[in-house]
Design a protein around this ligand. Structure first.
Ligand code: TTP
Ligand code: MG
Length: 365
């Protein structure tokens, strides 16, 4: 069966690019979007001029100002970003109906059996001409290779990684560039002596299954540039979640740092999706595989890490720590109730419409 051509289109420095589009006098200056530098907020994004000073998404604004005091700091205007996001998607739709948006500025396109580069070139030009924005595009025979090509080519990138090129391109890259390998899996791989994608090639598939369970299959194949995930035009994201299975079961009193990092991961993806949530859910699987989920719905929409963590922590304290004194390790029970898996989810998602509420809610944390 002939393979499909996949494009990954990701707009460059999206929020910052929109601000510069609407205020051309800012061009060439470092621009940071996220809020006033005096506020407790974080950087949503910044342009490449600001990245030269080490400023990055999710960095506290105060830190960004320390690194580059003369940068221009702007509040977010989600309404305008959504408008441009829709406009760009409608351009993609002229080239294929099979589109899977993954965030406010990123989408996979399935081109069927057409060659990718000419279409990618045409899309880049149309987006530039009609919106003024720059889109980087990666082309590949699957989602992973398309995404990787885009990442390697950014900014203003256009690159294809063919199946034939994958065995040369992949080995020297860090394992963190594999889909699904975040800080946690990255750390586990590093403990196993694996730093580069090529380091994974020496192991048989059983090694992957022994260390990573069912996910091991994906890792084995992804390391070789093989990715069977289809481009699936889902209508709307309904929830965002992050969960970790610990390498060894942990005491309930020891997992709050993991809960915090899950809350941060979910918060970052929520903001990137241009959404706010109203419900936080925690999922806890104990060592005996008994699994519970507990939720709380707030009266207002939120997207800050602090609120997500605060609610997740309250749920955890109420339903895990308080309800099982043994979890503290000094109860009368058979011993501490150990935890195998911990997850955080946000749901009840809605688009961000009012621009200043991020800062407003920051003060509730
Ligand atoms: P990205 O595509 O990750 O970043 P970017 O478009 O700003 O820069 P580039 O693609 O050139 O590397 O995210 C898209 C938008 O999502 C970004 O402009 C702002 C928003 N966002 C947040 O609000 N918070 C975050 O933590 C991240 C990563 C993104
Ligand atoms: Mg982008």
């Amino acid at each position: 069966m002939k393979k499909h051509t996949v494009l990954l289109c990701d707009l460059d420095a999206f929020f910052a690019a929109v601000e510069i589009l609407d205020q051309p006098a800012l061009a060439g200056r470092p621009v940071v979007v996220g809020g006033r530098p005096g506020s407790r907020g974080v950087v949503a994004t910044c342009n490449y001029e600001a990245r030269r000073y080490g400023i990055r998404s999710a960095m506290p604004l105060a830190e960004a100002r320390r690194r580059c005091p003369h940068a221009v700091f702007l509040p977010t205007r989600h309404h305008r970003y959504r408008e441009l996001s829709r406009q760009v998607l409608s351009i993609y739709r002229r080239y294929t109906p099979v589109i899977e948006p993954v965030s406010i500025d990123e989408a996979y396109l399935d081109l069927g059996h057409r060659p990718g580069l000419p279409v990618a070139r045409a899309i880049k030009q149309a987006v530039k001409r009609e919106t003024g924005l720059i889109v980087s595009i990666g082309v590949g025979g699957n989602k992973f290779l398309a995404k990787l090509a885009c990442e390697l080519a950014k900014p203003d990138g256009l690159r294809e990684i063919s199946d034939d090129q994958a065995p040369q391109v992949l080995p020297p890259l860090p394992v963190r560039m594999l889909p699904g390998v975040g800080p946690k899996t990255g750390e586990r791989l590093s403990q196993l002596g694996v730093k580069l994608i090529g380091d994974l090639w020496q192991y048989p598939i059983q090694w992957f299954i022994d260390h990573f369970g069912k996910r091991g299959y994906d890792l084995y194949y992804l390391a070789r540039g093989i990715d069977h995930r289809p481009v699936s035009p889902i209508s709307e994201v309904k929830s965002i979640s992050d969960e970790t299975t610990f390498p060894v079961d942990r005491k309930a009193t020891d997992v709050l740092p993991s809960l915090r990092s899950a809350a941060q991961e979910v918060g970052s993806r929520l903001r990137k999706a241009g959404r706010r949530a109203q419900t936080v859910t925690i999922k806890v699987r104990f060592a005996d595989f008994v699994t519970i989920t507990r939720s709380r719905t707030l009266s207002f929409p939120f997207d800050s890490d602090e609120i997500i963590y605060r609610e997740a922590r309250n749920l955890f304290q109420q339903h895990v720590l308080a309800s099982s004194p043994a979890a503290f390790g000094h109860g009368k029970g058979p011993g501490p109730r150990l935890i195998r898996l911990l997850g955080v989810q946000v749901s009840n998602l809605q688009p961000v419409t009012t621009p200043y509420q991020i800062n407003l809610f920051d003060h509730l944390g």
